[in-house]
Design a binder for this molecule. Structure first.
Ligand code: PLP
Length: 384
């Protein structure tokens, strides 16, 4: 493993010591040709695996035909993607941007405009992005600290506590914003009934419910989106990450009654033809290859395997579909386990200081899952 570090880059990331040069399916290759099993998938992005031939052909073809015209004009791929996404969700209208933070930024602006109210309620431990508003929505004070003062519009409540949510929501609340599973905050699934309670609380107060499905959406949790698993329909849903198959895209879906009008919001690149063709192909491949069901099946296999390890260093195994987290016992750093796994040819990520996160491509096979669990067991032996 080698590490390309140059002074010309801002040192924003504590990068792992490996430089990848190629990907194929569930595998990554470094510059020495060493093969890694990729159970990070670019942080829950490579749903259909790396370099899927249908995606490569579609994206290259669109790049050769028409890459960009701005949103002053219509393009067929953007219209098709909006129709496809809203058909999958069963509701809504789409606005396209370029990232999860931008999708959430759009959702917050939308709620302000729709309600005329100033404030928002979000979850402690939640993560919504790094722009000022989405950082302020993020319930992780250490991330706010260097950038104070934050926009003061957000109240944070303990995740999963419906009573605390009810107390915090009032007549000045424009929206409640929640993730169906806290992703960056340690892979914590919403307890049963919590999102339905949030829906009721918002309805009673005349506030909107925004569900941030940036990490949980596009099949990750064993359903196209996580919210139907909780039997709720939000007013606004945000997507990003996996939607573009590796190209930058964000989407904000809202009920038509609370949608933006002309001039309210914009993005130069948002929903450009190349990324939209990429996204349409991601959705086609997921459907044609039965990857939503595979995510549910392999998620169960993976979590059962991780639990079966029965390792003393493991405090908890939890998740939804192929978004799983292993909480380590106190004193053991997730980074050390992730580094030990990398040394054994398994790519994982951290979800906070004490949780190792597993987000493989939805194409993962039985063999991939069993191998990842076994390598993770070896990594625990080394790191613990
Ligand atoms: N929302 C959630 C739930 C996320 O997990 C992330 C990224 O990890 C974001 C928003 C921000 O997305 P982006 O990094 O594309 O801005």
């Amino acid at each position: 493993m080698t590490h390309v570090v140059v002074d010309a880059l801002m040192p924003t990331y504590a990068r792992y010591p490996v430089t990848f040069v190629r990907g194929q399916g569930t595998r990554l290759f470094d510059e020495t040709g060493r093969v890694y099993l990729d159970f990070a998938a670019g942080i829950a992005v490579a749903q259909i695996g790396h370099a899927h031939p249908r995606w490569v052909e579609a994206v290259a073809g669109q790049a050769a035909r028409l890459a960009h015209v701005s949103n002053l004009f219509s393009t067929e791929p953007q219209a098709a993607l909006a129709e496809r996404l809203t058909a999958l969700a069963g509701w809504g209208q789409a606005f396209f941007c370029n990232s999860g933070a931008e999708a959430n930024e759009a959702a917050l602006k939308l709620a302000r405009k729709a309600t005329g109210r100033p404030r928002f309620v979000a979850a402690a431990g939640g993560f919504h992005g790094r722009t000022f508003a989405t950082l302020a929505a993020t319930g992780q004070p250490h991330k706010h600290q260097p950038f104070q003062p934050m926009p003061p519009w957000f109240t944070h409540v303990p995740y999963g506590d419906a009573e605390a949510l009810e107390q915090a929501v009032g007549t000045d609340t424009a929206a409640v914003i929640l993730e169906p599973v806290l992703g960056e905050g340690g892979v914590i699934p919403a307890p049963p009934g919590y999102l339905a309670a949030a829906r009721g609380i918002c309805d009673a107060a005349g506030a909107l419910l925004i569900l941030d499905e940036v990490q949980t959406g596009v099949g990750r949790c064993g359903a196209w989106f996580a919210h139907p698993l909780h039997d709720v329909r939000p007013d606004v849903m945000t997507l990003a990450k996996a939607l573009g198959g590796g190209l930058p895209i964000g989407a904000c879906l809202s009920r038509p009654e609370v949608a933006f009008g002309p001039g309210d919001h914009a993005s130069t690149f948002g929903g450009n033809p190349v990324v939209c063709v990429g996204a349409l192909t991601v959705l086609d491949v997921i459907e044609d290859e039965g990857l939503v069901d595979n995510a549910a099946r392999q998620g169960e296999r993976m979590m059962a395997g991780l639990r079966r390890l029965g390792h003393d260093a493991v405090a908890d195994v939890r998740g939804a579909g192929l978004l799983a987290g292993v909480e380590l016992v106190e004193g053991l750093a997730a980074r050390d386990v992730v580094l030990a796994a990398l040394g054994r040819g398994l790519v994982l990520t951290e979800a906070g200081p004490g949780v190792v996160r597993f987000t493989p491509p939805l194409t993962a096979t039985d063999e991939d899952v069993d191998r990842a669990v076994s390598r993770f067991g070896d990594a625990l032996e080394v790191a613990a």
